[in-house]
Design a protein around this ligand. Structure first.
Ligand code: 3HC
Length: 316
């Protein structure tokens, strides 16, 4: 029987060779635990993220916009399911991770605790929030845990549609009437800084990054991804004729990147710790919907059990 040191050496060698760690492989308990933490919180973010956008489905300005938004919100629910399934391969049940979310023990992305006040927010979320998510999720396609990577590959295929439909909304508004352009600018003003917070604390303050990079769970750091997002997005804002709400934003030719202002970390931790504008209502809505959907889960489980029993009888 190999001892733990030998198992760790085999695990590290697998990572070194760039091979996936699969559910049946031996893995350090801490590797498993941090994957459960990150993947379940990622899934929670996808599902909670349905609420701010879902808020505008009945108020979309046209049938086309309504259909596109409906498709996007439905996609986010599906992304949550892929990720919950990936999480279950690590030996934790769906009920347990849902309970962690609803009790406040587990986090979800701070960005979804802000209100969606106008239709332009649908554009800003698609353009900025999904744009930031793409930056992070394209990197996570190379994560070392097989089921997580495969979920990311599938999710990334849908994210580009999410980002493009948001940017199209912003284009129409920014090129529209002065009132429409003002609505687009107001949305950019409210969503810009919370979007930068999505990438997490600064690398120097990140409690998990060093280990996540060592285990190739993360392939780039919070600050690297945030910088890539700013460099990619500022020219898009300029194309729209909108102003990024950061007086310190400035092209740095030496770094070939934008310098940008300081994030309000007090606001960030406040929202992460549950005191954002919508934290309470997001969880209340989730608990209510989960309760209302109990009969669906019970019916699906009963059907599956009946089918399994029938299959057993056939085999016997
Ligand atoms: N909101 C809430 N909590 C956050 C956060 C944020 N924006 N950023 C960091 N945190 C939390 C972390 O979860 C961690 O707390 P924990 O140890 O209790 O879990 C703590 O702050 C310290 O942060 P670290 O940087 O040390 O934590 P990580 O190494 O986990 O990095 C992360 C944070 C970059 C968000 C990483 O977890 C990650 O890449 N997660 C997967 C991607 C993800 O969850 N994206 C969220 C948005 S999904 C989305 O937008 C869907 C799209 O379709 C709209």
């Amino acid at each position: 029987m190999e001892n733990t040191i030998q198992l760790e050496e085999l695990f590290d060698a697998k990572l070194e060779r760039g091979e996936f760690i699969e559910p049946k492989d031996w893995m350090p308990e801490k590797y498993r635990k941090t994957l459960i933490r990150q993947i379940s919180q990622h899934a929670h973010s996808e599902v909670i993220g349905m609420q701010p956008e879902g808020n505008w489905i009945t108020r979309a300005p046209s049938l086309r916009r309504k259909a596109v938004l409906l498709a996007k919100v439905q996609d986010e629910g599906g992304h949550g399911l892929y990720l919950y399934s990936a999480c279950e391969t690590l030996g934790i049940s769906r009920d347990e991770v849902i309970q962690q979310l609803q009790s406040g023990k587990a986090k979800y992305s701070s960005i979804f605790n802000y209100p969606t006040l106008t239709w332009a927010d649908m554009g800003a979320i698609g353009w900025l929030v999904d744009g930031a998510a793409i930056m992070n999720q394209v990197m996570l396609q190379r994560t070392s845990y097989g089921p997580y990577s495969r979920a990311m590959v599938r999710i990334c295929k849908e994210e580009s549609f999410h980002q493009r439909q948001g940017y199209e909304i912003m284009c129409v508004l920014a090129k529209g009437s002065p009132e429409q352009k003002a609505m687009a600018q107001d949305a950019l003003n409210r969503w810009w800084w919370p979007t930068l917070m999505m990438f997490g604390p600064k690398d120097a303050e990140s409690s998990n990054s060093a280990e996540s990079i060592k285990w190739k769970i993360k392939r780039e750091t919070n600050d690297e991804l945030r910088q890539k997002f700013v460099d990619r997005t500022v020219p898009q804002a300029e194309h729209l004729g909108l102003t990024v709400p950061d007086k310190d934003l400035k092209w740095n030719a030496e770094r070939n990147s934008y310098d940008f202002g300081e994030i309000d970390w007090e606001e960030f931790w406040n929202v992460v710790q549950g005191n954002g504008p919508c934290n309470k209502v997001r969880i209340e809505n989730h608990v209510r919907a989960h309760e209302e959907g109990k009969w669906v889960r019970e019916a699906a489980a009963a059907y599956a059990a009946k089918k399994a029993k029938a299959a057993q009888v056939q085999v016997a």
